[in-house]
Design a protein around this ligand. Sequence first.
Ligand code: TMP
Length: 212
Amino acid sequence: MTRGKFITLEGGEGAGKSTQISLLAEALRGTGLSVHTTREPGGSPGAEEIRKLLVSGAADRWDAMSEALLHFAARRDHVQKTILPKLDAGTWVLSDRFVDSTMAYQGYAQGLGRDAVETLAKLTLGDFTPDLTLILDLEVEAGLARAATRHGGEDRYERMGAAFHRKLRDAFHDMAKRAPERRVLVDASGGVDAVQAALRNKVSKHLGISLP
Ligand code: TMP
């Protein structure tokens, strides 16, 4: 049995990740692959419980370290209970956010630092890393305007202010430069179809699979 590939989608608020991930899953299924889509924080029953502590309530309810620990607690459960069993069964897994969100949000934008996030990742996940990370890149104002139209009460991070979200965008740019073989920036300012075509192109190129 060939192990499945693990692809993550990243980016700021309102970049269209959830729409794009379902379209990408559809395209991959069209080639005959088995595909599972998931999200963070969440993706397993335990992690979905932890999600509630993170996406609602006062913006300052956690400090950066407590917040990173909660994300990694949720993530370890998600990896053990959902992601690894699927990959081992040959299924491809597409996750809406993963470790790079903790790096960008808590590591860079909330000031925890790269080293702390890398240490926590190593401790909780060992060497487990996505095969490919697609970062949807969008102007901060456009993303926040889009995000404001959705999310039933899950708006804790959106309320952190435009300066926070600008740091976040810079963080993703810096992270893409540091690991260009795995992290790829994709312009998310176009229409749904144009962005999807760009994503498929990157998946084809990086993972050697041909997509329509
Ligand atoms: P979502 O809106 O994409 O579902 O994600 C929920 C929020 O959680 C989003 O605003 C980003 C934030 N987040 C972090 O701050 N750190 C993390 O590690 C993850 C996975 C998400």
